[in-house]
Design a protein around this ligand. Sequence first.
Ligand SMILES: Nc1ncnc2c1ncn2[C@@H]1O[C@H](COP(=O)(O)OP(=O)(O)O)[C@@H](O)[C@H]1O
Ligand SMILES: [Mg+2]
Length: 494
Amino acid sequence: MVDNLTRHFEFADSPENPTAFNLFWYGEKIGSFTFGGRKEWHPEPGYESMFVMDELGKLPCFLDNINPDGWLKGALEVELQTEYVAKGLRFLSNFVIVREGERTDNIVVDELLCGLGQYTGENGVFTGRYEAHQGMAGEDDHDAALKDNWKDRHMPRLSGAEQKLFMTLYPCGTMQPAQRTSFTHFAKYPGVGGYESLGLNEFLGMKMAKAAGLSVPPFALVDQGEHPPLFCVERFDIPHEHDPQAQHKILMQDFCTLMQKEETQKFAGSIEKVFKKVKELSDAYSPELTQANTQALFDRVAASWIMNDGDLHLKNISMIFKVDPATNAIQSASFAPTYDATIDLFSESGGTTTALTLSGTSKANRKLQDFVTLARNVGLFKDENGAFDQSAAQVHLQNMASKMAETAVDFARNPPDLKAMSPVLRQDIRFMASHVVDRARVLGAQTPEWDSKAEWSRFKDNSPKRRKMVADGRFIERNGQTRKVSACRARGRQ
Ligand SMILES: Nc1ncnc2c1ncn2[C@@H]1O[C@H](COP(=O)(O)OP(=O)(O)O)[C@@H](O)[C@H]1O
Ligand SMILES: [Mg+2]
């Protein structure tokens, strides 16, 4: 019961006395495990092969990778994996984890109650009521308010570095924190000191992904009045309420887990190995989807480079498995829709390096031919004789880039008409558009008229990078000018 679940925990993990947990999925117990002192996993019958196990075969990888990182780790003030898990209850994909002996009968199953599209205006702005804290990450009252939410054990937990709230969108159009209700939507906040345009950034990232033909969940901007808008996105790993088609359970697993890596190794991977894994999983569970999944990953990789996203790591791509509730058999494996796609605004002209490697190419400078070679190597764009159609691959990439550049330039020229749209935010969007246009031009794609050079000439004094450096104390503002702290110190002015 609730009182029992919200009590305080003491931990004394040791190899002799590890903390024991039960894992529930859609209300059903599917296994028990221990970690901390000693790792052990005891699946219920029928669930022996559902998860990728760690290299030693001791624990499902996803349980090892369930830790928070970044801001959340600090906010929760937990160090121990066991403590983080024991202080929570609800995890992604409708997993519920409780300590041995605790009950789960009052824990909600996450399901979509209302589509975000119903409350999104033509300009992409949420038209319902957002009833949660408004503000920016890094402001004291905001951080304290968000941190407060986590005190409730019923608040869902997941990994990820950015400040977010987990929300319920009700059919009446109200969105509230999902403390004891279905977690249906993510709200991701912008931040101070260089991250002011983060909501707009992720919104444009998704808009471009959609324009390029990638699968995306419904998403919107939430107007925060004086504060820059936040980004809201619908979960794609939960069933729709009352949907008779949705008879399967949904399991989402990221590539860190699927490739038996630890969270800290999320940047340590090659794109080729991800393609191999996608093929292996598709062939095993739904060979009819192998080609579509391969194409979806290819498009995600290409779109990410075109938008100058330096964060396409193994936790930002996943597979969705549909599981038959009667037999527990995995019915299909599909490459998950796009999430966490952003434009790196801390890099100037030329853009940033990619997170994952692609053999024979530079992480910084990719060319049309690099992607064409990748397409050939993974068996895409075959003509009717089964031969690689190089020009089909080129045209596909250039079309993607062209649509993305068009979308970005249009957004820069017609940003949403919100009170918070300051010259700083407008300039940030112009930097975003410049990255995309520049990379589209590298691929030889048609782009709208856009003078990136003129924009980059403003980067030094107006970039988010500069704002971050000021916030970090690496620059000081004096007489309307910013100077490097070290330079000032050297002249004895500080
Ligand atoms: N729309 C979505 N539906 C389901 N799961 C999602 C969705 N977006 C993100 N996730 C999950 O939540 C995690 C954190 O979200 P993400 O957008 O990557 O945040 P961060 O910017 O903090 O990395 C992701 O790694 C993924 O597992
Ligand atoms: Mg992420």
